[in-house]
Structures are given as structure tokens and as C-alpha cells.
Design a protein around this ligand. Sequence first.
Ligand code: GLU
Length: 219
Amino acid sequence: MCGIVAAVRAEGDVVADAIAGLKTLEYRGYDSAGVAVMTGDGIAVRRKMGKIAALEKELASNALPASPQAIAHTRWATHGAPADRNAHPHTDDSGRVVVVHNGIIENYIELRVLLQAQGHAFSSDTDSEVIAHLISHYHRGGASLHAATREAIGKVHGAYALVVASADEPGTLVVARHDSPLVVGVGAGVNYAASDMPALLGQTRDFLVLENGETAVLT
Ligand code: GLU
């Protein structure tokens, strides 16, 4: 179980804030790191096995566009070896829904088989990827990202802290937790989610602690 930092604001660029927050979570240990941003018409993801420095090196040579919405993650592999393709964030196969997850989805095999039977193509060996596909399934069926996330968490068993975004709902982050930590940080014109408060102390002192089973929509 490792770390999450996410931020959304009306304009500007939050990638540097997200990476800075992620570095404060290094003490938890991790094997991979990644970040996703909204690009205006889609989602761009960079992820690397190894230290956050390896992700920063990747970002230096393969830059992300400036974005007011970013989701960053450090992974401690539980399902699927440490590898670039297993690092978070994970998208569904349309690339329109993106998820970071800390924790373990216990029933991921049955969900994966079910989703594959419906035509979803998986690209990692993680338990987490089923969440992206499951949310996408409901979201494509017409549910808002929040409603789709609530449907999806009704189907998964296990521990999770999640941050979810959709290219079809730019400016929105949906967060959820059960048995993995997640806090919401409220800033001036900007909102954050992170695994713990110290990750956001450079940005805000105003926190909401999500309880088990709660979700929140950050805009
Ligand atoms: N179970 C997930 C994975 O192996 C998340 C691990 C974590 O909490 O970092 O990718």
C-alpha cells in the first residue's frame, strides 16, 4: 500500500505540486511511480518502474502538457510484478477513464473475467486495472463519473483508496476509500486528495478525512 496525490483547479498547472506531494510519501516505500493529466481532449499518462527520480527523468524527455488536473501515484506491487506496464495510473481500454489505486482488490479475477467476456482488453497484470474498466463500463452506459464509481465500488471487495478522472468530465476528480487512507485537502481555488496530510501541508491546512465507504467529488 503506497501513495496517492491528486489536484484539480480551474486553470494553471498542478503537475509539479502533485510530484512534490508524492515525494513526501516516499517514506512508505514503493517500486514504481506515475502521473496522469487531463490534456483538454484526453488523458496523458507517464509511469515508470523505480524511484520518483526515474519518473522525473521520463517527464524531462517526454513532457506532459501543463494541466490543471493531475493524479499521481507510488506503487507497492501486490498483484503483477514491478514493471512500467503495471505502474499506475491505469486507464480503461478507451483511455478515457483513469484510476490510481492503493490497496488490494480481492475479487479482481472474477471481475476481470467478466469484463473480458464483455470485450474489455486488459493491458496490465494488476488487480487495480479492473477498477478502471468497471467504472468505464458504467460511465459509458450513461452514469456520471461519480455514479459510475459508486456502482463500481459496490462490486469490488477489498481495500482501496481511489482517485478517478474521466476525459468526458474534465475538471472533476472522484475519490473513494475503504480500508486504505485518503484525505481531501481544500485550498483556495484548488482541491486535493492524498494518502496523508503531510503530503499536502505545503498547499493547505484545511482537510476533510474520508470515512470508509465515502466518496467525494472534487472540482
Ligand atoms: N494492488 C495494487 C497493485 O499491485 C496497488 C498496490 C499499491 O497499493 O500501491 O498495483
